[in-house]
Design a protein around this ligand. Structure first.
Ligand SMILES: [Zn+2]
Ligand SMILES: [Zn+2]
Length: 299
């Protein structure tokens, strides 16, 4: 059975249009990207990981260690997805024609030079190079590479993630893959703060008063802000390490776990911009904002 990581993306996009201002403009683009991704996955399904040894999982998590499950990426699959999504991008915005062409050439070179399987870092370094060489802007690069790599991870790890016992996990990083979170939600049933790994999709409950990045528990140094009219999205920050993440209020969504937070994240990138302007960096390392936008041009 093929796992489509974001099967109901259309409904979620519609919901997000109602919830957040400024999203509509990006919608055609996001929609095309997801439909292209799903098409690719259906044509080229990836085999899911074998179940993990339950006892070993329990022992590792109880020791406070993430399982650090990081599959090697199939180079042709991630490059295939990248090319497919960038072609779809071109259809929504013909101005991107040159960008798409340069990106395609760079992708072909990458594919020819690299072995059949690569580590996640190598793929992300490719992303960094494209930004450095001005092929892609920071926000576009983060968007493309994060949805592709997370689609790969989710297909591969979803069966494991779904049965993983995260109730014994108290860490700030993902118990399954070790990645740092960028967003989460207040669970609709009880308001508990729950992170969702942007990469593999694992969810785990985390302390309400603790920074997931530096472990700071001083109430006065932890806080959050929201934007009037868009209270569903909160930006949590820590003044100790100066980092932030976003939390969506699931009590307002009343969806019982089926929400696609990845799309809520895309719909609220203006919140990332506000956080950056306040001097906070994304603790996840996912930079969603272009440097030129952070500098307040009215200064
Ligand atoms: Zn993860
Ligand atoms: Zn901190």
């Amino acid at each position: 059975m093929t796992i489509l990581p974001h099967k109901n993306y259309r409904e979620e996009i519609d919901r997000c249009i109602r919830l957040y201002d400024n999203f509509s403009e990006a919608v055609p683009f996001v929609e095309k990207a997801y439909s292209a991704l799903n098409e690719y996955i259906l044509e080229n399904p990836i085999e899911a990981a074998a179940p993990l040894d339950e006892m070993k999982v329990y022992e590792t998590l109880q020791k406070g260690q993430s399982l650090n499950c990081n599959p090697l990426l199939d180079t042709s699959a991630v490059i295939g997805m990248l090319k497919k999504v960038s072609l779809a991008m071109n259809k929504t915005n013909p101005i991107l024609k040159t960008t798409v062409k340069v990106l395609e050439e760079a992708s072909d070179r990458f594919l020819a030079e690299k072995p059949e399987k690569i580590e996640r870092n190598e793929f992300m370094e490719f992303r960094d190079d494209l930004v450095k060489e001005n092929v892609l802007e920071q926000d576009m690069a983060t968007f493309l590479f994060s949805i592709i790599i997370s689609s790969f991870y989710r297909q591969y790890l979803q069966p494991v993630s779904e049965v993983l016992r995260t109730d014994i996990w108290e860490g700030g990083d993902c118990p399954l893959c070790g990645e740092k979170p960028h967003f989460g939600m207040l669970r609709s049933s009880d308001g508990a703060k729950q992170f969702e790994c942007w990469l593999c999709g694992t969810r785990w409950v985390y302390s309400r008063v603790k920074c997931p990045y530096c472990g700071n528990e001083e109430r006065e140094e932890l806080g959050y802000f929201s934007v009037e009219g868009m209270e569903t999205c909160r930006v949590y920050f820590c003044r100790q390490c100066c980092q932030y993440y976003k939390i969506f209020d699931g009590r307002k969504l009343k969806m019982d776990g089926a929400e696609i937070l990845t799309i809520h994240n895309l719909a609220t990138l203006t919140h990332d911009l506000l956080a950056r302007r306040e001097g906070f960096s994304p603790g996840s390392g996912l930079e969603w904002v272009n440097q030129s936008e952070i500098v307040d041009r009215h200064d």
